[in-house]
Design a protein around this ligand. Structure first.
Ligand code: ADP
Ligand SMILES: O=P(O)(O)O[C@H]1O[C@H](CO)[C@@H](O[C@H]2O[C@H](CO)[C@@H](O)[C@H](O)[C@H]2O)[C@H](O)[C@H]1O
Length: 526
């Protein structure tokens, strides 16, 4: 329904009647069509425009508060532009159009301002100039080079944020869901580039924040150098696997040598990222720390909660699983007591390794493959965690476990979901998939640990490395079990197999198991 406002567009920042009309009549239906709006599955109670920031144009940055019948409200960033020319409107995709509107005597459309070239260019110019406009502060990073001209476009990625490209040289992420703190991604990227000297991430080119007296600054956007990439490593690993897939039905087992070289290079880059995060610094947010009682209690508590939720979910969805997944689910359910003991043991176990800031959401989709190397992206941390949790220091082996799980996913997804393997006995498929995965995993781990060198204060000894990897692999696979039951039920067997692999390892540590103490040399987990 077209919206009619008495005042002109230039007065929008102070026209609370117009805010209310938009909040009530337009935002509920519009936000529910946006990919970046995370509240679609919750029971929504109300939409409110909390704050409006003006930017030269005028354009407006709206801070929208969405409340729900249960749980905490959320805040979202929605940049608005008012477009009166049909030519300009032709460039706006439907998903960017909020409503037809009249402001004073002008008629046109309200649109998401990312689709307005003038708005995008204002952001870029403000970054170049370290501009402060009202409560919004723009800060230029070292990677941003002065430029008199600017071209820009919206990158067609559908994700939880919006992506803009400037001069085909810079990639800007506009955060949509806002947290009452600096986004950890900004701190991480700035630290890695400016203190850690780590080169396998896109250089930091700047960010802009909302400043409120007495509160922490809220990050609204961050810019990095753009990476010319062929694809992400998830897609690339899928390509390697094609060769392997064709080989399986013919009973030929072969993997090209350069696959291992690429995997080893990622192991090396991962270790270099972690070494950079271990750099000496006066900033307490990045100083390494020992394993403390507080951390062990936090991790064990979070893990216990997660396990309870996952067991419930599995019991409620058991009937929807296929036969192979049901068999794996039984092993998981029967091992409940043993897993509980394993997690409880973590609470009191003395550990001599270190904890640092880590990537936090590390998987193959977060690594861009350039022609001969890799670039690591998306340092926002786990999407389900609070910002405070995302800043907690862990052993970097948590990232390593994330990547190992991802390789397991890549091979399993290919083998179970490809037409090339239809008709092959699933148990046989499991054997070949395990074989490929183990070779890849060991190659990645060897390159990772080799880059650290031994001994290194990050890791106390090999026994502790194995133990921590088991904990983090189990935690990740248990997390994934919930993700798959909710989003991709046919993939549930992948995390379940990951869980069962760890269970088999834990069994070996039990009295009467094959090895009662952690091995101190090999790193071959399964
Ligand atoms: N610096 C960059 N250069 C080029 N493309 C990038 C860059 N950073 C991210 N991308 C692309 O944008 C996508 C989304 O980026 P990501 O940081 O993962 O955002 P989100 O947190 O919204 O998932 C990536 O999968 C990648 O294709
Ligand atoms: O990248 P996101 O932050 O959105 O992470 C979520 O979705 C991921 C899937 O897109 C999911 O990752 C899991 O599947 C991947 C393959 O699709 C695999 O590479 C990962 O190892 C596996 O965890 C992630 O768990 C979820 O949080």
């Amino acid at each position: 329904m077209p919206q009619r406002m008495q005042t002109p567009w230039t007065s929008f920042a102070i026209d609370h009647t117009a805010w209310q009309a938009i909040a009530e009549n337009v935002l509920p239906s519009y936000l529910n069509t946006c990919r970046w709006f995370a509240g679609k599955a919750r029971q929504q109670a109300g939409f409110q425009i909390d704050t409006v920031h003006s930017l030269t144009g005028p354009y407006y940055l709206l801070i929208v508060v969405v409340s729900y019948l249960d749980g905490e409200p959320e805040r979202y960033l929605l940049p608005l532009a008012f477009v009166t020319s049909q030519t300009q409107l032709n460039d706006v995709p439907e998903k960017g159009m909020l409503t037809e509107a009249t402001f004073g005597t002008d008629s046109g459309w309200l649109i998401d301002a990312i689709y307005d070239e003038g708005f995008r260019n204002t952001l870029f110019k403000h970054l170049l100039a370290n501009q402060v406009e009202g409560a919004i502060t723009f800060q230029k990073g070292k990677g941003l080079i002065a430029s008199d001209t600017v071209t820009s476009r919206v990158l067609p990625v559908d994700s939880s944020n919006s992506a803009l490209v400037f001069n085909e040289m810079y990639f800007m992420k506009l955060y949509r869901k806002l947290f009452g703190q600096t986004n950890p991604e900004v701190e991480m990227v700035a630290f890695l580039t400016e203190t850690g000297g780590f080169e396998a991430i896109p250089a930091y080119a700047g960010s802009f924040t909302w400043h409120q007296p007495g509160e922490q600054d809220v990050t609204l956007g961050m810019m990095q150098r753009m990476v010319a990439n062929d694809k992400d490593s998830w897609a690339m690993t899928g390509d390697y696997l094609n060769d392997f897939l064709y080989a399986v039905p013919n009973r030929v087992f072969m993997v090209k040598e350069d696959v291992f070289e690429k995997v080893a290079l990622l192991g090396q880059r991962t270790a270099e990222m972690h070494l950079a995060l271990y750099s000496k610094t006066d900033d307490p947010a990045f100083q390494s720390e020992p394993f403390t009682d507080e951390y062990r209690t936090f991790l064990a508590g979070r893990f216990t909660d997660l396990l309870e939720r996952r067991y419930d979910l599995l019991v409620n969805n058991y009937g929807r699983l296929d036969e192979q997944a049901q068999r794996l689910a039984w092993v998981f359910m029967e091992a409940k007591e043993m897993i509980d003991d394993f997690v409880a043991d973590f609470k009191t176990r003395e550990l001599g390794s270190c904890r640092t800031r880590i990537h936090g959401d590390y998987h193959l989709g977060q690594v861009l493959a350039t022609q001969h190397d890799y670039v690591i992206i998306d340092f926002e941390g786990e999407p389900e965690s609070t910002i405070a949790e995302r800043k907690i220091k862990h052993s970097p082996l948590k990232d390593v476990a994330g990547m190992i799980r991802s390789y397991h996913y890549a091979v399993s997804a290919k083998l179970f979901n490809a037409s090339e393997t239809e008709g092959i006995d699933p148990d046989k498929l499991q054997v070949v998939s395990d074989r490929w995965y183990k070779l890849i995993r060991d190659t990645y781990l060897d390159a990772y640990l080799g880059t650290f060198g031994s001994p290194h204060p990050m890791f106390y000894d090999n026994g502790e490395i194995n133990y921590l990897l088991l904990i983090y692999l189990l935690e990740k696979a248990v997390y994934e079990l919930g993700y798959e039951i909710s989003y991709r039920p046919t993939w549930v067997k992948i995390p379940l197999k990951g869980i069962v692999d760890v269970i088999r390892e834990i069994e070996k540590l039990q009295p009467g198991g094959t090895h009662r103490q952690m091995a101190s040399a090999p790193l071959h987990l399964v």
